[in-house]
Design a protein around this ligand. Structure first.
Ligand code: 5AD
Ligand code: SF4
Length: 434
């Protein structure tokens, strides 16, 4: 059958979509780039915030006329919701008149069988049991050509931050075998990739037969031709110095650390079950900067967690001023069904306060990044070219080792190649070379 697959949410979902594609292709299906030609439309979805759910309901509504048309023509049309939202809402999704297939993140092997069954019976199908073992480590992902390859090293999460739905949608933490990860990295270097990003909900919890994340990344760094290794995300609570020394020592482990802060208030951090204080976080930032002085640092922050006061918010402002992040992804708290926070703490910060705080933090971060990135003016940076820049086809863009975006005049070089350019201008988000 012709299958159209679209992906929402995080990098882990992009990686999962490559596994899904591989499962479908090896069962004789054909992937198409147009929903209109497809007999099966699959959406690999996210559940992290309510707007992720809203987007999918909007998408299902858009597919309604196509579904009607196919019914009139008596042609098959399957609409499947996969991923975190499927796991989170399960049967509730089948009440939607368009969706007739619901499959959670640990059940992708069942997809071909479920699709066959719907074709035969025209019934709805749901498969959303979580597994303690499923890692898909025997399935070679089917990648769509690009500059970066996502490589899943672990699945699930055992942290239970009180705001987060992931432990419920992706289940218990489990690590893939070192050998299968290294084989996969070697395979993708052979197929032309120069950069891989190692993915896990908390990479520092990686553990396979006693080998930890720092051991794994050092082995990965020794693979010839793997010129850039990135990883996301580490949890601040268990960041080993060994990993920092590995990043400092191996030139192909990128000097960029994404270190989610979530809040600068110790009271809120405690309610979030983050298990560190703002002082411990800032100490870690100091150690990071001592061992890897050139590293960039980015973060995630939630504003408006239940009971957050202006004073709590000011504590976050202070930590941001001290930590001097290169970039921050700032979100309004969104209550998620089934989480500890949804059970114990009413969502009592008003929408107006959440908006006000997100605007103020974004302004603060913008100012910090603007000043910070001016220091690059006159410096030469190495860029891995990703493609044409958004604005104007006469320019290309790529990323520095620190994951900063660089825009420069078009060269004869292709995406996936390296270029060294001198930075002439900067904004809060982008470096420009003439
Ligand atoms: N509401 C808002 N933001 C959230 N995140 C996770 N759960 C929620 C939620 N319920 C944010 C965190 C996390 C990032 C991936 O998404 O900041 O680090
Ligand atoms: Fe990724 Fe989390 Fe969204 Fe699932 S809920 S897609 S793990 S961000």
């Amino acid at each position: 059958m012709n299958i159209f697959l679209e992906t929402y949410g995080c990098q882990m979902n992009m990686a999962d979509s490559e596994t899904i594609r591989s499962i479908l292709i090896s069962n004789g299906h054909h992937m198409t780039l147009e929903a209109n030609d497809a007999e099966v439309v699959l959406m690999n979805t996210c559940a992290i915030r309510e707007n992720a759910h809203r987007k999918i309901y909007g998408r299902l509504d858009i597919l309604r006329p196509l579904k009607k048309q196919r019914e009139q023509e008596r042609r098959p049309f399957i609409v499947g919701v996969l991923g975190c939202m499927a796991q989170n809402l399960k049967e509730e999704l089948l009440n939607h008149p368009v969706a007739n297939l619901v499959v959670g993140p640990d059940s992708y092997r069942a997809l071909p069988h479920l699709i066959d069954r719907i074709v035969q019976t025209n019934n709805q199908e749901i498969e959303a049991s979580l597994s303690e073992y499923e890692t898909y480590s025997d399935i070679a992902p089917s990648r769509i050509a690009g500059v970066n390859a996502w490589v899943t090293i672990m699945r699930g999460c055992d942290n239970f931050c009180t705001f987060c739905v992931v432990p419920y949608t992706r289940g218990r933490e489990r690590s893939l075998p070192v050998s299968s990860i290294l084989n996969e990295l070697e395979r993708l270097v052979k197929s032309g990739y120069k950069q891989a990003t190692l993915l896990g909900q908390n990479v520092n919890s990686y553990c396979y037969e006693g080998e930890r994340f720092a051991d794994l990344i050092v082995k990965a760094a020794q693979i010839p031709g793997l010129e850039r290794i990135r990883f996301t995300s580490p949890h601040p609570k268990d960041f080993p110095e060994k990993l920092l020394y590995a990043i400092a020592e191996y030139p192909n482990i990128c000097n960029h650390i994404h270190l989610p802060l979530q809040s600068g208030s110790d009271r809120i951090l405690n309610l979030m079950n983050r298990t560190y204080t703002s002082a411990e976080y800032l100490d870690l930032v100091k150690v990071i900067r001592r061992i890897i002085p050139t590293t960039t640092l980015t973060t995630d922050i939630i504003v408006g967690f239940p009971t957050e006061t202006e004073e709590d918010f000011q504590a976050t402002v202070q930590v941001m001023n001290t930590a001097q992040f290169n970039n921050a992804f700032i979100f309004k708290y969104s209550e998620r069904k089934g989480t500890i926070a949804a059970r114990d703490y009413p969502d009592d910060v008003s929408e107006a306060d959440k908006t006000d705080r997100i605007v103020r933090l974004n302004e603060l971060q913008h100012g910090i990044a603007f000043v910070k990135h001016q220091r690059y003016i006159g410096q030469k940076v190495q860029v891995l070219i990703e493609g044409d820049a958004d604005k104007g086809i006469d320019r290309q863009m790529g990323k520095t080792e620190g994951n900063l975006t660089v825009v420069f005049p078009k060269t004869g070089l292709n995406p996936g190649e390296f270029i060294t350019v001198e930075i002439a201008e900067t904004t809060a988000g982008t470096l420009y070379a003439h």
